[in-house]
Design a binder for this molecule. Structure first.
Ligand code: FE
Ligand code: CA
Length: 507
């Protein structure tokens, strides 16, 4: 069983996260006063016997190699330390630390912290996964798209305080765009292209106290989407068809690895980094982490002189029906098909974007699709969903982001057939901060897509879930005032999925 941590002092954690940022404004500080943990701490990739603990040292005049000590305790006061160790933070890894304690007990909450150069980080809380053969429940959130200059992160404060076991971050952690005028807050620097620029952009995002609080509250699983690298990129093709895109992707993936609580072994080799993976949560669920970006074919029928997304009529774009084109790539398609869990009641698929078909016009007359999402790779989607049906995979729930809209949908191999069986459920979460589409446009298209039960692009937030062996309970949490860091957050809608009965139902 998972339980909320009894000793967790939320207020202390919030205060600590806020305090970590404040000294950045102190001028002429002595070396000992330069904050070394100004980007906070994080944990991720929980296993039954451990997890990854992350931080990155900050401040001027850091030595090339710095010893960083870490400790894990049973209690908030660190009176019962159960694991400790030392990592070397090096300049060629941006002085990031990826510590991997092992030998911890399954299904348990822990506290962790770091120390280096005479300073100690704030403490975070994290947990292990339940043992593979143990009964379990899971409180988790999906989140995506936290564009810095579109709004504040009130959603993260709400998520951090809501007793989550796990956050699944589904892409667009940073945006690579240059600063724009007249924003609520501004990106620093130009359009991001180099390793130093990606590092600086992560440092800016990670300076946000609400985001730090969410990282310190529980472990995260992360996948990425396009903006961690370049808008609408596909494999080794950048949106502007830039000549040096492999080098850009290598820099972007390196910076992603440096700034996330992921294993040392995931450090990229050139432009390649494997984020695809699985995590079993007791006997309850298998979580499949997919990568929609690195292995995809380029988008079909782009606009002239560039790559990337377009919105096209199928009548004008024969490539949309080409069965050889894939969003996941053939290797990942096979990996997913062979790894469905037929024993556990739930298979959670953490990926980047809306999977349900979404036609912008009446599909009986003039089917019209956005090519960057699954609609741009419909045969690839049909293969996946037919496979789910053929193998009778239990409890498939597809989780996504990217489109800055809350969509709740039935997934079927054939969306044109209203009577086709529903084989899976989908929750595509809205953005933490990034602007969404005009609601009138979504409302105009929803009647063409009756398998989509809910579609709201005018609210920011995240989706909070409670999962047990019998049901999935989803709350669409939305921010009242996206420009206010202290905004209230409310539940816009609730849905449930009953085990053995695919398709979300209004609760
Ligand atoms: Fe986005
Ligand atoms: Ca995106």
């Amino acid at each position: 069983m998972t339980t909320n941590l009894p000793g967790f002092n939320r207020r202390a954690l919030l205060l600590a996260a806020g305090a970590a940022c404040a000294p950045a404004f102190v001028r002429h500080a002595r070396a000992a006063d330069v904050p070394r943990f100004a980007l906070g701490i994080a944990s991720g990739q929980p296993r039954a016997d451990g997890m990854v603990l992350w931080t990155r040292l900050t401040g001027a005049a850091l030595p090339e190699r710095v010893a960083v000590r870490w400790e894990v305790a049973d209690d908030e006061r660190f009176t019962r330390v159960v694991a400790r160790g030392e990592e070397i933070a090096e300049s060629d890894g941006a002085h990031s630390v990826h510590a991997e304690p092992r030998g911890l007990k399954p299904d348990r909450w822990y506290w962790y912290r770091f120390s280096a150069l005479g300073q100690r980080s704030d403490a975070g809380r994290t947990r292990t996964a339940p043992a593979a053969d143990a009964d379990a429940s899971l409180d988790f959130a999906i989140a995506s798209c936290q564009r810095w200059d579109d709004g504040h992160y009130a959603a993260w404060r709400d998520a951090a305080a809501s007793g989550l076991d796990l956050v699944m971050f589904l892409g667009d952690y940073i945006y690579e765009s240059a600063a724009r005028p007249n924003r609520i807050r501004s990106h620093e620097g130009p359009l991001v292209r180099t390793l130093e620029q990606y590092r600086a952009r992560y440092a800016q995002y990670k300076s946000d106290p609400a985001l730090q609080t969410a990282h310190a509250a529980c472990p995260w699983l992360l996948v990425w989407d396009d903006h961690e690298v370049d808008n609408d990129y596909a494999g080794l093709v950048g949106q502007s068809l830039q000549a040096d895109f492999a080098a850009q992707r290598a820099a972007a993936y390196q910076a992603w690895w440096e700034h996330q609580p992921v294993a040392k072994a995931m450090r990229p080799v050139g432009p390649d980094l494997r984020v695809v993976g699985r995590l079993d949560w007791g006997r309850l669920a298998r979580i499949h982490l997919l990568d929609d970006r690195q292995y995809r074919d380029p988008q079909a029928c782009p606009r002239p002189d560039r790559a990337g997304s377009n919105t096209v009529r199928t009548a004008d774009c024969a490539a949309l029906a080409d069965p050889k084109r894939s969003l996941l790539g053939p290797t990942q398609e096979r990996w997913l098909a062979e790894g469905w869990d037929l024993e556990r009641p739930w298979n959670l698929v953490a990926q980047q974007t809306l999977m349900a078909r979404f036609s912008w016009r009446d599909p009986a007359v003039d089917p019209t699709y956005w090519t960057d999402g699954w609609d741009g790779y419909a045969p690839s989607r049909e293969r996946l969903l037919r496979d789910v049906a053929a193998r009778q995979v239990p409890g498939v729930v597809v989780l996504g982001g990217d489109v800055h809209t809350n969509y709740v949908a039935d997934l079927k191999p054939d969306f044109d057939d209203e009577k086709a069986p529903v084989v899976a459920s989908e929750f595509c979460g809205t953005s933490i901060a990034s602007h969404g589409l005009a609601q009138e446009r979504i409302d105009a298209a929803l009647p063409f897509n009756p398998h989509i039960k809910y579609g709201r692009g005018d609210r920011r937030g995240y989706v909070r879930f409670r999962l047990d062996a019998k049901r999935l309970d989803a709350q669409l949490r939305v921010v009242e005032q996206p420009l206010d860091a202290g905004s209230a957050v409310e539940t816009a809608a609730r849905f449930v999925v009953e085990a053995g009965r695919p398709g979300p139902q209004p609760a």
